[in-house]
Design a protein around this ligand. Structure first.
Ligand SMILES: Cc1ncc(C[n+]2csc(CCOP(=O)(O)OP(=O)(O)O)c2C)c(N)n1
Length: 341
């Protein structure tokens, strides 16, 4: 079913915030605003935004090292998210978590686990808690295809299926087209199965495979998955296929060009080393194209949404830069349970 205007604009807006946030993270890392490694959500926005669009306030979320998009797409304050990445005291976790462990409990985030596969187990535990308390919420676990190599994930599938837990596993498979380790490329999953959905399907879990760059296909998959969970028949596994953003490789993200939505109606503007990906796989340009085609937004409206998202991220960066570092006297805070202030 095609998306209505309100829903598609809301998903598009979430995607814009995700994209401009990530572009700002790369830029600020180049400016040495923070140290250390980080992972970028560019290219997966349609998946995260379309899933998040349908969650209620009290639903629970666990995510991975590729977490920034899920956080800002859920509506977590981009300023406090950026401040956490910069290690500032105003960050969601007092500057202790950094990029890999940012979490905003007020928006239902139980955790960001940088342990590959970890959040599938956490989401399953959260779903067990929901079921035990007889609540109608769902738990969503976002993870990459690499998680399917972890025994914990397979054990989680078994428990979730045995106990009909309300958990939606969203596997963001960004390895489509990747060379894979056997051809000297990196990274993609190494499993003996040629089809990831065979794994949860073996436990009787409902599986849906979608084009992860297609916001309406992901929206439909997530809606049916969430409905199944809320009606007590969960769990559900969604495999969303995306083509890895070329700036992800090698390890340090490279922003060859910044997103220019006018390229949707002036394709000759697509230039640079990422041109093929932008032309054929960028979910944001595709979403803008679909909004225009469906008559849900004009070029001017699209640019207005874009400007607003850019302005929000610019003020998020200023907030983070102006925020203080944690005081050395607080060095022992946030270490032991109950010690957080
Ligand atoms: C248990 C564990 N093993 C290895 C790592 C190192 N590691 C960090 S990210 C990553 C690749 C994860 O791939 P995938 O889950 O497909 O996510 P992607 O980064 O491709 O989105 C690995 C192996 C880790 N963090 N945890």
């Amino acid at each position: 079913m095609p998306l209505d205007r309100k829903t598609s604009l809301s998903i598009f807006d979430r995607m814009l915030v995700m994209r401009h946030f990530e572009e700002a993270v790369i830029h600020m890392h180049e400016q040495k605003a923070f140290a250390g490694h980080y992972h970028i959500y560019i290219g997966q926005e349609a998946t995260g935004a379309a899933v998040l669009e349908q969650l209620s306030k009290s639903d629970l979320i666990c995510t991975t090292h590729r977490n920034h998009g899920h956080l800002v797409g859920r509506g977590c304050d981009p300023g406090r998210t950026m401040a956490e990445i910069f290690g500032r005291a105003t960050g969601f976790n007092g500057g202790r978590a950094g990029t890999l462990h940012i979490s905003d409990a007020s928006k239902g985030f139980l955790s960001t686990s940088a342990i590959v596969g970890g959040c599938a187990g956490l989401a399953t535990g959260a779903a067990f808690g929901i079921k035990t308390k007889r609540e109608s919420n769902v738990a969503v676990g976002f993870f990459g295809d690499g998680s399917l190599e972890e025994g914990l994930v397979i054990e989680s599938f078994n428990m979730a299926a045995l106990w009909k837990l309300p958990v939606v596993y969203v596997c963001e498979n960004n390895s489509a087209g990747a060379m894979g380790p056997q051809q000297g490329g990196y990274p993609t999953a190494i499993t003996a199965t040629s089809s990831f959905i065979n794994l949860p399907a073996a436990y009787g879990i409902k599986c849906i495979k979608v084009d992860g760059a297609d916001m309406s296909a992901v929206h439909a998959a997530a809606r049916s998955g969430i409905e199944q969970c809320r009606s007590g028949n969960g769990p559900v596994f969604i495999e969303a296929i995306t083509v890895r953003w070329p700036g992800s490789s090698p390890l340090w993200p490279e922003l060859a060009t910044t997103t220019d939505l006018t390229a949707v109606w002036e394709p000759s503007r697509i230039q640079g080393p990422h041109a093929d990906w932008l032309r054929n796989h960028d979910p944001l340009l595709r979403a803008a194209h679909e909004l225009l085609k469906a008559g849900h937004a004009s070029q001017d409206e699209i640019m207005k949404y874009d400007e607003q998202a850019r302005a929000r991220i610019a003020s998020a960066v200023s907030f983070a830069l102006e925020s203080p570092l944690p005081l050395t006297s607080t060095v022992a805070d946030h270490i032991m349970a109950g010690s957080a202030k």
